[in-house]
Design a protein. Structure first.
Length: 393
């Protein structure tokens, strides 16, 4: 007799992880001098900064280990000193008063989303989001028995939802996931639109989940705002993975409204116990590493500018504005209607790993791909010419 397999086991793959595996396999068999530019596989598939943790963060961990720090359990919400430092960050950057008691340190943003969703929503609840979207939003909600409500967006709305779009929803969803800057398009909501949406959600009883993991990675075209400064009911998700360049440390945080503090704490105690102690030590020290981190942003800006200048002539001329984060959302509908096959050939023939758009938009993603530009400058500079050759330009 066949054994039952749970509903959660049917979650679709996060395709970028499959692309990473394919790129690793291709790199392992790549002969020397395979490409005229002398470089290997250009890794443009994943949002992982090419730099590691800032030096001060690594040094803080070494010092703690050499001092014999036990690195045992912390409180479920994390080290008090780290939570206080995050609280100070909100006052310094956004002018927002966020007490440490409302901050939960989590196992990355990936660990924060299930906590937020379980505390804020019930099975069957509809949670709205713009398409294209970060795939785990949909996959986690679905695994938890909730209903993703997709709002198709396009270049006319800068790949972001509009207040008019939300007001037209009947019935109202239980929640809205908002990301500014967003993954995969890198676009941002203008400050007045962001604030209007945050206030509408609070007035209409729609729980706002504000994904702010790309905060700090902006290029001056749109003002950055945090929901923590504009809504008392919003949940803010952030992470040390992107701006702080600490992806593998698996450390993030939540800013919680008062009514969700204890529910999330109980969930965290049972599901995760606490985020890794050693990562919390590194995270606290990372706040003192601003000059190094700002230098990283300058590199991303140069990469962004090089691609925006070079890709149109190479044949990719339908690109998102790229206000923040480190992604370009490219419309390749004039070249193909099969983005997975296009990305497979791009890797095999041109040595460029890119993520097919179907990962981010099941309905329309077959004609898009995402390019990440947080890798080495030499690699990003080489990408347009490789793409041009691949497309016969």
């Amino acid at each position: 007799m066949a054994l039952k397999i749970g509903r959660g086991a049917s979650a679709p793959p996060f395709l970028v992880m499959d692309v990473i595996a394919a790129a690793n396999a291709r790199a392992a068999v790549l002969p020397p001098g395979a490409f005229a530019d002398g470089l290997g596989i250009l890794r443009m598939e994943v949002g992982q900064p090419g730099t590691g943790a800032p030096r001060g963060a690594a040094e803080a961990v070494v010092a703690a280990l050499e001092a014999g720090a036990p690195m045992g359990y912390t409180e479920a919400f994390g080290l008090r000193s780290l939570r206080e430092r995050i609280s100070a960050h909100y006052a310094e950057r956004y002018g927002a008063a966020v007490p440490a008691e409302r901050i939960a340190v989590t196992v990355g943003a990936s660990g924060a989303f299930p906590l937020a969703f379980l505390a804020a929503f019930d099975p069957g609840d509809a949670v709205a989001m713009a398409a294209p979207y970060y795939p785990p939003y949909v996959n986690i909600l679905t695994a938890l028995g909730m209903r993703p409500q997709i709002l198709p967006c396009d270049a006319a709305t800068r790949w972001q939802p509009t207040l008019a779009m939300l007001k037209a929803l009947d019935p109202r969803p239980a929640g809205l996931i908002l990301a500014s800057p967003c993954n995969p398009a890198g676009t941002m909501l203008p400050a007045e639109e962001f604030i209007a949406i945050a206030r509408w959600c609070e007035a209409e009883g729609v729980r706002l989940i504000s994904d702010e993991i790309y905060h700090g990675l902006t290029y001056g075209t749109v003002e950055e705002r945090s929901a923590a400064a504009h809504s008392s009911s919003a949940v803010v998700v952030n992470s040390f993975s992107k701006y702080f360049s600490m992806t593998g440390w698996r450390i993030g945080w939540l800013v919680l409204p008062e009514d969700l503090v204890r529910p999330v704490e109980c969930l965290a105690q049972n599901l995760f116990i606490n985020a890794p102690h050693v990562a919390q030590v590194a995270a606290e020290a990372a706040f003192a590493c601003r000059p190094e981190l700002e230098a990283n942003i300058a590199r991303y800006r140069r990469n962004r500018d090089a691609l925006l200048a070079g890709l149109p002539a190479a044949g990719l001329d339908r690109l998102s504005p790229a206000d923040g984060a480190f992604y370009l959302w490219a419309d390749i509908g004039h070249l193909t209607n099969d983005s997975p096959e296009f990305c497979r050939r791009l890797l095999a023939e041109a040595g460029i790993a890119a993520t097919p758009g179907v990962d981010f938009d099941a309905a329309r993603g077959h004609r898009f791909l995402r390019l990440s530009y947080c890798g080495p400058e030499a690699d990003m500079a080489a990408a347009p010419s490789r793409i041009a050759r691949f497309l016969g330009r």
